[in-house]
Ligand binder design. Structure first.
Ligand code: ZN
Length: 280
């Protein structure tokens, strides 16, 4: 059974244990043993060839409290900048159906497989052309509950050069339909009701962009009653054996996997789109 070592009111603020540095886990192949629950960046130095010593960062964007927090904060800031440059944008949540018995790595693999299917082929090109899609930025989040199982999902933005809200609404519909079709084509469950695509109003850009920064490993509050990477990590640090099992599964599920997926040269593409609009 999952059980917190105490409730929110009684748990002391989490202090990561001062353990020796671990190597990053973003290798090409999964590590044979899970990394220790270690942190990096403070009190940890790396020696450069010239002899100077600098703080060492493992750059594990999933499991390292420091590196994931820093990375997702940068992603959120950058997304905010892209939102200010796009004529219109949709904030999306894309997800698959899940079961309690599904291994975490399998849930991740399914999600990424559908993502690849979604963004390829003539159907995707037509959708981009029809709705003026310039690019996108997706971030993977993860929640878990014993009842419903692992729930990796994407949050992010699709940027369009079309400015009217009518166009944005039909794009929202097209994205959701295509996601569900892509999932079904590969034999996975997805329902239109579980996806969301909403227009980003100018006044909400900062808030909606900052949402992408929340699922870092130093954020140990459960989300909507579900565990997160941070809450699982925290309980694993406190030697909860069930959380440690989940953490070890997460290590394997995330090894070598990108935390974000972004259209190459998105900033340049948005600039080119703005340029062509100003010439019209
Ligand atoms: Zn790190």
């Amino acid at each position: 059974m999952l059980s917190l070592p105490g409730d929110r009111a009684t748990v002391a603020p989490f202090q990561p244990p001062a353990l020796p540095l671990d190597r990053g886990t973003l290798g090409a192949s999964p590590p044979t043993s899970p990394p220790a629950l270690r942190q990096c960046g403070t009190g940890t130095r790396k020696t450069l060839p010239n002899g100077s010593r600098i703080p060492y960062y493992c750059e594990n964007h999933w499991l390292c409290p420091r590196c994931s927090k820093r990375y997702l904060r940068d992603v959120a800031e950058w997304s905010h900048l892209m939102l200010t440059r796009a004529p219109s944008a949709l904030a999306v949540t894309l997800t698959l159906g899940h079961r309690s018995s599904t291994p975490i790595a399998e849930a991740f693999e399914a999600l990424y497989e559908v993502k690849r299917e979604f963004h390829r082929g003539g159907g995707w090109s037509r959708l981009m052309n029809t709705h003026g899609v310039v690019g996108f930025q997706l971030v993977t989040e993860f929640t878990f509950s014993e009842e419903t199982g692992p729930h990796p999902h994407f949050h992010g933005f699709y940027f369009s050069k079309q400015a009217s809200s009518f166009d944005a609404e039909s794009l929202a519909d097209a994205l959701v339909q295509r996601w569900v079709h892509s999932a079904h084509r590969l034999g996975y469950e997805a329902s239109t009701g579980s996806q969301s695509a909403v227009i980003v109003p100018a006044r909400s850009r900062a808030r909606m962009a900052s949402y992408l920064g929340k699922d870092h490993a130093d954020n140990w509050w459960p989300h909507d009653g579900r565990d997160t990477i941070g809450s699982i990590r925290r309980r694993a640090v406190h030697l909860d054996p069930y959380a440690r099992t989940l953490y070890d599964e997460l290590v394997l599920a995330t090894a070598g996997r990108d935390r974000t997926v972004t259209t190459p040269n998105l900033a340049g593409r948005l600039a080119a789109a703005a340029d062509s609009r100003s010439r019209c």
